[in-house]
Design a protein around this ligand. Structure first.
Ligand SMILES: *Cc1c(COP(=O)(O)O)cnc(C)c1O
Length: 387
């Protein structure tokens, strides 16, 4: 950095943003993400009746039941599909899939950090063959290619590290014994999806569902359930109990988890699902996130210092907007002055290493807050241009 640009960064960091420009809620992170006030109030009102009580008794099991039922409605659960859940977040689900969903060999689209992590787990498993990895540059979108040699296809519905959204559609030419495993961690509940195109549509509650971390949830197809049951019974495969999807499914059917869950996470999640349903369900959430992410894209089109990182408009995420900042401006100075004013978590994904802003517009983020964020960013950029 030159002395001039470093002085300019210091000037940006020292800016004072007028309070009346600031959003009512400054949380725009890609996860954990903002939790709405009424969810926290619901947690308070469950403080004696549910919190601190046994997860094997009705009060907690009823919350799990609300989650499973609410998700069934939200995703218009097709015939024979089931909702399973357990501890460990989406990261645990990858390992569970390695044990009881992938039979011999999987194909992975790798387009960023999260999709890479699942591919790495599959590649490391000694009981599986080397996975087929179809890779594309961060910010771009690879496509699945039907391959009769694989028994599972894996891709993220939304690659959170880059802000690329991948269509959820069974690859042409796939057979019934090839499963489609979609990592929907950061977009489930925020975008329309045809669940029949998937066999495992899995996610965690701390992103679009505005809850806290620690759980994984998955919508499982009859084909996935049959595969799980078969691999769980196979004599040539040992599965650690904690990673057994078959055990998780047995427990889920009883509205329980294998071991103790974070009850607060479940309460916040149940509240958010029911709120989404009351607003109009997935169609409502889809429309809202298209609008709010669209506002950010329109803003980027208007500012010459800002360029969408994802070049193809059709591949741009409706929940995680990644915007490159011109090299003459230090994006970390922008994110730090915003942070000092309570507008947080719009830093880019760390390993991507770009001069970038990454802004999440999950269903809990309203248009007025996005409009305020844009006003704040305009204020900072205009002040920067003048300095
Ligand atoms: C956040 C995220 C994960 C990891 O979720 P954890 O619950 O922290 O394990 C996995 N995949 C995607 C796409 C994510 O955004």
């Amino acid at each position: 950095m030159t002395a001039a640009s470093s002085a300019r960064s210091d000037a940006v960091r020292a800016l004072s943003i007028p309070r009346d420009l600031l959003p009512g809620d400054g949380r725009f992170g890609s996860g954990p993400s903002r939790i709405r006030g009424p969810q926290m109030e619901a947690l308070q009102s469950a403080s004696i009746s549910v919190m601190g009580t046994s997860h094997r008794q009705a009060p907690v099991k009823d919350v799990v039941g609300r989650v499973r039922e609410g998700l069934s409605t939200l995703f218009s659960l097709p015939e024979g599909y089931e909702i399973a859940l357990g501890n460990g977040g989406s990261t645990a689900f990858w390992d569970m899939a390695v044990f009881e969903l992938i039979e011999r060999r999987s194909q992975h689209l790798v387009l960023g950090e999260f999709s890479q992590k699942f591919a790495t787990e599959a590649a490391g498993a000694p009981h599986l063959q080397e996975p087929e990895v179809l890779r594309s540059e961060p910010g771009s979108l690879p496509v699945t290619v039907a391959n009769p040699e694989v028994d599972a296809y894996a891709w993220p519905h939304n690659e959170t590290s880059t802000g690329v959204m991948v269509p959820v559609r069974r690859p042409k030419g796939t057979t019934e014994d090839q499963l489609v495993l979609v990592d929907a961690t950061s977009v489930a509940g925020a975008a329309s999806v045809d669940i029949t195109q998937t066999d495992a549509y899995y996610f965690a509650p701390q992103k679009a569902f505005a809850s806290d971390g620690g759980l994984w949830l998955s919508v499982l197809s009859p084909a996935a359930i049959a595969r799980i049951e078969r691999l769980a019974a196979a004599e040539d495969r040992w599965t650690p109990a904690f990673l057994s999807l078959s055990t998780a499914l047995d427990n889920s059917r009883k509205n329980q988890t294998l071991n103790t869950p974070a009850i607060a996470t479940l309460v916040l999640l149940a509240e958010q699902i029911e709120w989404m349903l009351a607003q109009g369900g997935l169609a409502w959430a889809d429309a809202r996130t298209r609008t709010t992410s669209g506002m950010l894209q329109q803003w980027a089109a208007r500012r010459e210092e800002i360029t969408p990182f994802v070049a193809d408009p059709a591949a741009r995420s409706q929940v995680v907007t990644t915007l490159d900042v011109d090299e003459s401006i230090d994006a970390t100075a922008i994110t730090s002055v915003l942070r000092a004013h309570g507008v947080v978590d719009i830093e880019p994904y760390r390993k991507l290493g770009r001069n970038q802003l990454r802004i999440a517009t999950f269903p809990a983020v309203g248009e007025e807050d996005v409009a305020a964020l844009i006003a704040v960013l305009d204020h900072v950029l205009d002040a920067t241009a003048g300095s």
